[in-house]
Ligand binder design. Structure first.
Ligand SMILES: C[S@@+](CC[C@H](N)C(=O)[O-])C[C@H]1O[C@@H](n2cnc3c(N)ncnc32)[C@H](O)[C@@H]1O
Length: 247
């Protein structure tokens, strides 16, 4: 029998390693996304039962998070709206479905767990996606999601930090300098999403009870940051939320 490893912690060292890994995203996407997903699932597993759960990975792309959830024993179905993303690593992950997350082909209350990592900021109607994810959860089921905040250092993705001077302008600058448009195009596949409005909308969503909201990549102890107006938009970087479906 394998001895259990140390309990995952949101240490300073973890934060440094995660943020440093962003530099290798283009050169080593397997290493980068594999590391992010393993980290997310290890931490999630300390809060939510994963083994045997019926999980849905919305906007799962090439399937890194799905693979990590399956390693933890979850029965995970992946949904993504882009066939190219699904096949990005070769054959799509088994049990992948091509569908829009705002219209999930899933009955009400069918999932124990819905996860969505770094997807909401790519959706023009993020709150429609939030409501749809709540719809497919069973009462007591959990929603785990994260998104990159627009006013944070990585809000514009590859056009950062110039997005802070305007998303369209940042896209034009990127294209001028690289000779190609950015993958994440402002107003088409990347939309400003903010901590305050998101948390207020979640609080007004009767189906969901907020359990936790914190900066995903920052160390333990930085959680209260997400309650400080203005500062939370600039420093959260990536908002991680855990919520429960009300009965
Ligand atoms: C930045 S990628 C994140 C992929 C994956 N969740 C991860 O963290 O590795 C964003 C993903 O969201 C998907 N996406 C965007 N809009 C979507 C929608 N309306 N419904 C489902 N998936 C969507 C994209 O196709 C893409 O695969």
């Amino acid at each position: 029998m394998t001895a259990p490893g140390p309990a995952p912690r949101r240490s300073l060292r973890r934060s440094v390693e995660l943020l440093a890994a962003f530099r290798t995203e283009q050169a080593d996407p397997d290493g980068f996304y594999g590391m992010l997903s393993a980290d997310a699932v290890a931490l999630l597993g300390t809060r939510v039962p994963l083994a045997g759960s019926r999980a849905l990975d919305v906007g799962g792309g090439a399937g890194y998070l799905t693979a990590a959830l399956r390693s933890a024993g979850a029965r995970c179905v992946l949904v993504d709206a882009d066939a190219g993303e699904l096949a990005w690593r070769g054959a799509p992950s088994p049990c992948s479905v091509l569908a829009d997350g705002t219209r999930l082909p899933v009955p009400d209350g069918a999932a124990d767990l819905v996860v969505s990592s770094n997807v909401l900021e790519h959706v023009a109607t993020p709150f429609a996606l939030l409501d749809e994810m709540a719809r497919v959860l069973r009462p007591g089921g959990h929603l785990w999601l994260s998104f990159t905040t627009w006013l944070g250092p990585w809000g514009g993705h590859e056009t950062s930090p110039w997005h802070l001077l305007g998303g369209e302008r940042a896209c034009r600058r990127y294209e001028r300098r690289t000779g190609r448009p950015p993958k994440n195009r402002y107003g088409e596949s990347l939309f400003p999403l903010h901590v305050g409005p998101f948390l207020r909308r979640l609080a007004r969503t009767p189906a969901l009870e907020l359990l936790d909201a914190r900066p995903r990549y920052l160390p333990a102890g930085t959680g209260p940051l997400v309650h400080v107006p203005v500062l939370r938009e600039l420093c959260t970087w990536n908002l991680e939320v855990l919520a429960r479906r009300r009965g």
